[in-house]
Design a protein. Structure first.
Length: 233
């Protein structure tokens, strides 16, 4: 009998992360919803359970090494493996930041969560993922980080997501002889607290490609996707 798959989703107390948890759980995957705020995380889990969606919560702040390690230890001790890791945690678009008036401290803050956070999470959880028959790492990037379509504004956010794409490529290369596939995805402009009410996509649409990358059996590694299609870096 095939073992139930285990997934960890970061920054999942709202928006796209919460929807990813909902969609993964609907596929019969055991989901560990993580968030840095315990109260918000537990509230999110309760809201899903009220819908009949069974997930569990564990605290994780992706900017805190000890917090990430505790979450990895919990996953290993409880399940003995990890099949799916979705690096969804991220902070907002800094619209006012251009390269000519850039606020370096704000950029550092964004990088700490959006780029260094996934690096920290990956290097801590990969040993647990190597216990799986087929691991998937999905990094939540953005078309705003695509070098092929670069514009001005939101400098910290763009830099952080472009750097995350580099991390995706590096990890995919490093893990090419393992059972772990690593890909980035862009959700598009989604109606979330970050995207705002005027965004053109629902959270269901924003989460779809991440769930597809997490569960599709035949995939490349080290690529960038949107709407289930490969896009240019």
């Amino acid at each position: 009998m095939k073992q139930r798959q285990i997934a960890v989703v970061t920054g999942a107390n709202r928006g796209i992360g919460l929807e990813i948890c909902r969609q993964l759980a609907a596929k019969g995957i055991r989901v560990v919803l993580t968030a840095r705020d315990d109260k918000k995380g537990l509230t999110a889990v309760e809201s899903l359970r009220n819908e009949g969606v069974d997930v569990e919560f564990h605290s994780m702040d992706v900017t805190d090494e000890e917090s990430v390690q505790r979450a990895a230890d919990y996953t290993m001790n409880r399940y003995g493996k990890l099949d799916i890791l979705v690096n969804n945690a991220g902070i907002g678009v800094d619209h006012e930041n251009t390269c000519q008036n850039i606020d370096i401290d704000r950029v550092k803050e964004i990088l700490e969560t959006n780029t260094f956070g996934p690096i920290r999470v990956c290097r801590t959880f990969i040993p647990v993922m190597l216990k799986s028959d087929g691991g998937r790492i999905v990094n939540m990037s953005s078309s705003m980080g695509a070098l092929s379509n670069m514009n001005s504004g939101s400098s910290g956010y763009r830099i952080s997501k472009a750097a995350l794409n580099v991390v995706t490529g590096m990890l995919a290369s490093e893990l090419k002889d393992t059972n772990i596939l690593v890909n980035s995805m862009a959700p598009g402009w989604v109606r979330t607290d970050m995207g705002g009410p005027d965004a053109v996509r629902s959270v269901e649409e924003g989460a779809d490609t991440a769930v597809w990358l997490a569960t599709n059996e035949t995939l490349p590694t080290g690529r960038f996707f949107q709407d289930r299609k490969e896009i240019a870096w």
